[in-house]
Structures are given as C-alpha cells and as structure tokens.
Write a protein that binds this ligand. Sequence first.
Ligand SMILES: [Zn+2]
Length: 497
Amino acid sequence: MKNYFNTAAIYARVSTKRQAKEGFSLASQIKACKKKASELGAINFREYIDETSGTTLKRPALTKLRNDIKKGDIDIIICYDQDRLSRKLGQQLFITEEFEKFCKNLIFVCGDYKNSVDGRLSYLIKGAIAEYERERILERCIRGKKEKFLKGEITNSHLFGYKYNHKKKTYDINEDEANIVRRIYDLYINGMSSRQILMLFQAENIPKFFRGKSVGWNDPSVILRILKNDSYTGVFHAFKHNTPKEKNRYKDKSEWINIPIPAIIDKEKFELANKKIKENTDNSSRNTKRIHLLSRIAYCTCGRSIYSRTANKKDYYICASKNYKKKDESEYNKCINSRFMLSDKVDKIFWQALCKICISKKSIEDYINQQKSDIKIDKIILQIKNIEDNIIKKKKEQSKIIEWFSSELIDDNVAKEKLEKVNKILISLKKQKEELEKSINIKNKPEKIFNIFKNEKKITLEEKRSLIKKIVDKVYIERIDNNKNSKMNISIYIIFK
Ligand SMILES: [Zn+2]
C-alpha cells in the first residue's frame, strides 16, 4: 500500500471490564491501531473512543467520527477489529459502507478484509458470530436470572421497608423503614390523603434513603407507590418485565415468579388501602369536571391544548405537555411555557378582556384587524414553520428507514417498529399544524360576534360558557411573569369563530 495517508482516525471501543481483562483494553487497541497507521504512513492521529455497548449506533465518538469523515480531511480509519465497530452484522455493514463512501480506506488491525473475497466473507462471518454470541449472552443472562428466581433468590436489592440480605439473597425486614410503611397504611386507611401524609413526614423530618443517599419524602406518588405495592403482604414478584430493555412492559401475571418474603402488612389492610385509593381517584376525576370558562378552548402557545388540573383544592390550567413523561417529550415542539395558572384568575382576566373587545362592533373589528396584521410575526406562524420543518425531518427519517429495510440493514420487525413510531409523531405533528392553521382563519363577521355578545344573557358561569362557545374558537394563554407563585401575569389571545 502506498504512503499517501496523512491523517488517521483511530476508533476504539470497550463496553465492559471483562473485555479489558481479555486484552481488548483501550490502551492496547489504540497502541495497535497507531502502529498500523504509522506503518501505512500516517502522521496525524485523531482518537475516537467509546466506552459503550457495541449493539447500538448511538455512540458519541462513533457519531463524531461519522460526521468528521464527511468533512473529507480524514484519509484513513483504523480500527482494531470488526467487533469494535459494531456487534451487529447489519450495523457493521452499514458503517463500513458509509465509511467507504466518504473515506476510501478502512483498515482493521486484525485482518485485511477488503482486498479479497475471502476477507469480505470472513468479515461477514465474524460479524454474524459476534451477533450470535451477543444474543446468547443475553439469553444466558435472562436464563440465569430466571433460575435464581426459581430458587427463591432475589436479585433486586432495593425495596423500601427491607434490607437486602446479600448472603441469602433475599429481603430481611428493616424495622425502622417497615414501621414507616405500616404507619403510611394506617394513616391512609384512617382518612389522610397521600399528600397529607407526605406533608406530615416532611414536618416530622422522617428520613428516607435510596442507595445510601438521603432522598427524603418529596412526592405524594412515593406514598401511593408504597400503598399499591403488594410485595409488603409477603410476596415479591420477580420476572415481571418482558426484556431488560423494556422495563415498562410487564409479562402476563401467570409468568411472574412469586418469591415469599417476610410480610410487613397483612392482606386485609392492603386491600382496604387499595379500595380507598380507587375511591379517591374516582372522586377526584369527578371533581375535575367543574366548569371553567376556558375548558376545551384554551391552548398553549406551543400548540398543545391546555387542561385543568386540581392541586391543593385549587384548579389550575396547564399545558398538556406537563402530562407527558419526560422521555415522551421529544425534541420536536418542546413546550417552554408549561406553568401552572390559577383557573379562576385566568377566567376572570379572560372574561374582562372579552367584554372589553366586545364592547362595540368597531372594537371587535379593530381586534381582528390587529390580529391579521401582526399574524406574520406572530408566534403561531413561527410554530407552524417549526412544525413544518419537523414534518420534513420525520419524512426523511421515514424514507431512510424504508431504504435501510430494502437494503436489508434492518429486519422487518425493527422497520415496522421504527415506522410506527415515526408515523405516530407525523400524525400528531400534522394535527398540531392543522389546529394552528385553523386558528388564523376567522369566519364570522365582527357584526355577528357583536350581536351574539350583546343579546345573550351572561350572568351565571353556564351562561357565560355557552356564549363563549358560540363566538370564541380558541384562546391562547401564556404566563408571562417571572414570579414563582405570587402575582400571575398572563397574556391572552382570543381567536373568534
Ligand atoms: Zn405548552
């Protein structure tokens, strides 16, 4: 091979300590790669080092390398062997193709794969074996865990109320914590709410530790989780989850392995508490059906709807994004404004604003005209543009998945799963866009709005609500103050029907 290489990128990866012991250590990989690069005449070295699993392409250093080679100033990529690149055959091929497209030289220290048919084949076979081994390791791992569970051994070592007995691999009661668990059940059964119990614990400074760190009592859901966990009646459920990756998905109950542990709460008490939880949630869902002037017509400036939530016996409006779990809040259309707004106060401000606008035909006309003129720079337009960009991005992603699938880089299950995910996001984006676009079209004439407003009785909440329904299509509300709780300042943007 000629010495025309100047800059060499060295890619190294370790995922476990075990590998380090078996001679795959980063230092030894880098050393071997540098030696190879020097032999080939490279002068400059750039190191790309990942310490993650080789089953995913989402590795920081690999991602950086994939971006850097597109810039064209890397002449050669050196890697210890194919497994370092990826432990999945499809991914190995994918990266190899990509590397070769932008930088013609990919060299493995162990084996020159590219110059012969044999090399290509051995590369493929090696990749297949690496993948097969990974599957086997995973399977062995699950099987091993299951065997342990069947023997009555518990591998999970954190359950409040217990201390893990490392020798016997089971739970012993931690009396201090168990007393707190018992107290929670008693307090709840005797009528305290989870929030009240939380406040009591905070007032009494009751300690709570997790992995040796003091975490305190900071969320009523922690109390509820303890009340709902039937492990406290003396049965620990193991083998509940489907795969190690999908922690949220439970297996069918019949597959669970039930391991007896010392009970802290008797069954009757547990059932009593859980009956109460059910009653309380039923009641609270009835409570939220109180009438608010803006329910179903209020929107956040992020495009999502705003809904009512009750906390401390007060009702608040809040952007629907608050309802998502963090992982669902993807990078598209993030809400930067999801703050609680006292419903009564917002209703009052809104009603005053509406009355002021509807004082005459002229004032309604002015409001709508003003809206039309600032709509070009308005947030709504920006939002639409933002959503459109995201739709394009997602569509590209869609065709990429199809491309991967048709070139057999991913199998049909993976493709299906990926496509479904993208489609779901696309549908929601399109819906958001439609909603926003609708908001710019006002159909009614100011005169009609004015006549309805003038003629309808509007004293009770119901009367106001029915009037609003006739003339108002949407109301964008946004909290614009910086105060944490005291004075609330909101901006209101009314879209007439
Ligand atoms: Zn929002």
